[in-house]
Ligand binder design. Structure first.
Ligand code: HEM
Ligand SMILES: [Cu+2]
Length: 531
């Protein structure tokens, strides 16, 4: 597929990384920045996971045992915010940084210095957000959806820090997205036409457009909050002529595409891994590209499915119901194509493939519960119950998070130059798979039976399922320490990895040695043949 010519005898002295801490502070190298993003994301995953375990420990039994309701609300809020903005999104940006240049035959990202900036503002944003836990009045307690007037009139004073933190995260995401678009448009190797790009690159290109479209909307909504709180405006205050429903419209116009920002790159990852371990090309490449684009488009016209119960006009209910259900069509195309890729393939089940298969199955369950929620008249029954919690955790945990783990196992040999411990990887997979289902499956039932979300105490009839759910959560939480162990072991030891450790893998990243050299493709590779 490629031939790399060697002619870098010119003047640049440093071919390797700088030494010490400055390497990481000042780096403009896409691999270093990818690594920084991934470790940052993992630490946020552990922090947000700890908050989830506080929640589940309190919900282990009915009644109040461990925390005050006020603190419980801070935990749900911080958990959601940290997982979405601190764990899942930065993990995908980390994967993009590492893999997109290597997949398209580019020497680096198009805007390397901005890349450094977009990473390094993140730790500041999250340090500020986390510090609100120690402030007078406590951390944000209004849920990750921060509905006004809870987040304005009735908010703790720390809401201003929350707003600033959101602005910084948004700026980081926008810069990251610009960088990804600029890289894909300008730095593709000769012969790498758009329809030859790996699907991970395609899904990220589309995601980057979603980010640029909706992060300013998020910035807008928090700015309106800031104005209402400090400058006497009444955007969301009915007494002053505003409307809390306006808040929900603006929030969800950002919020719904946001959930696709967290799943489209996952689709790209799975579309790389399944063909590799089925030893067959991806079924329906072109339809995968169009399906991704259709999902992205549809994600902009369905936001009010989060608002069926606020009192929107009947035509609105119907429009948003049918528009939402339409998303099942391109999503079904994708699931069909993954399954068709596996059909009659010679499959093996190394850890990345296990996570990818679990993704297909469990994400589909999350999709089906989503369809149930999309039925407006039925949603009146289970809106704001644990059924919703079960739904979005099925798409986010065995969906987004599993795909990130699959990607980590798949590309670890390329990143570290070592093979990971396959046995430990499988242990991690099975513990996570069992843990995630024990945690979230029972939540469907308590939700349909009427248990509300975001409450520290509940009716006795929900006790058994909640206890099971909490035990699953602790199992899932603890098994992530196995993941940490596998990654550590792989970084520092392990069998030497060949350039292409997976028999069926395809793509430019496998044409360079493992670990990938600090600078890849100083001369662009030539691409011919399929994608
Ligand atoms: C072991 C793993 C996890 C456990 C046990 C867990 C548990 C919980 C619990 C108990 C809630 C509060 C539900 C409520 O009463 O509103 C919650 C909310 C939430 N979780 Fe998770 N979670 C986990 C992982 C994740 C991950 C990986 C993500 C993101 C990708 C995530 C995103 C959210 C969001 C967005 C909320 C909504 C918060 C809110 O409504 O205020 N969770 N989670
Ligand atoms: Cu939605």
């Amino acid at each position: 597929m490629t031939a790399i010519s060697h002619e870098h005898d010119h003047h640049e002295e440093h071919h390797g990384p700088a030494k010490g801490l400055t390497r990481w502070l000042f780096t403009t190298n896409h691999k270093d920045i990818g690594t920084l993003y991934l470790w940052f994301s993992f630490s946020m995953f552990l922090l947000g996971g700890t908050f989830a375990l506080v929640i589940r420990a309190e919900l282990f039994q009915p009644g109040l045992q461990l925390v005050q309701p006020e603190f419980f609300n801070q935990m749900t809020t911080m958990h959601g915010l940290i997982m979405v903005f601190g764990a899942v999104m930065p993990a995908f940006v980390g994967l993009a940084n590492w893999m997109i240049p290597m997949m398209i035959g580019a020497p680096d990202m198009a805007l390397p210095r901005m890349n450094n900036l977009s990473f390094w503002i993140l730790p500041f944003a999250f340090a500020m957000l986390a510090s609100t836990l120690f402030m007078e009045g406590g951390a944000p307690n209004f849920g990750w959806t921060f509905y006004a007037p809870l987040s304005t009139t009735y908010a703790p004073p720390s809401v201003t820090y929350f707003i600033f933190a959101i602005h910084i995260m948004g700026a980081s995401s926008i810069m990251g997205a610009i960088n990804i678009i600029a890289t894909i448009f300008n730095l593709r190797a000769p012969g790498m036409t758009f329809m030859k790009m790996p699907l991970f690159v395609w899904t990220w290109l589309i995601t980057a457009y979603l980010l640029i479209a909706v992060m300013p909307v998020l910035a807008g909504v928090v700015t309106m909050m800031l104005m209402d709180i400090h400058f006497g405006t009444s955007f969301f205050n009915a007494a002053g002529g505003g409307s809390p429903v306006l808040f929900q419209h603006v929030f969800w116009f950002f919020g719904h595409p946001e959930v696709y920002i967290m799943i489209l790159p996952a689709f790209g990852v799975v579309s790389a891994i399944i063909p590799a371990f089925a030893r067959k090309p991806l079924f329906g490449y072109t339809s995968m590209v169009y399906a991704t684009a259709s999902i992205a488009f549809l994600s902009f016209i369905v936001w009010a499915h989060h608002m069926f119960t606020v009192g929107i006009p009947l035509v609105g209910e119907l429009f948003f119901m049918y528009a939402t259900m339409l998303i099942a069509v391109p999503t079904g195309v994708k699931v069909f194509n993954w399954v068709a890729t596996m059909f009659r393939g010679s499959m093996t089940f190394e850890t990345p493939m296990l996570f990818a298969c679990a993704f297909v199955i469990l994400f589909t369950i999350g999709g089906f519960s989503g369809l149930m929620l999309a039925i407006a008249p039925a949603d009146f029954q289970y809106h704001d119950t644990y059924f919703v919690v079960a739904h979005f955790h099925y798409v986010l945990v065995p969906g987004a998070v599993f795909s990130i783990m699959a990607a980590t196992y798949y590309w670890l040999p390329k990143w570290t130059g070592h093979m990971y411990d396959e046995t430990l990887g499988k242990v991690h997979f099975w513990l996570s798979f069992i843990g995630v289902n024990i945690t979230f499956f029972p939540q469907h039932f308590v939700g349909l039976a009427g248990m509300p979300r975001r409450i520290p105490d509940y009716n006795l009839q929900f006790a058994d399922f909640n206890m099971i759910s909490s035990m699953g959560a602790f199992l899932f939480g603890i098994s992530q320490l196995v993941f940490l162990l596998v990654v550590f072991k792989c970084v520092f030891s392990g069998e030497k990895a060949p350039a292409k450790p997976w028999e069926g893998a395809e793509g430019l990243e496998w044409t360079v040695p493992s670990p990938a050299p600090y600078h890849t493709f100083t001369t662009p590779p030539k691409v011919d043949g399929g994608h």
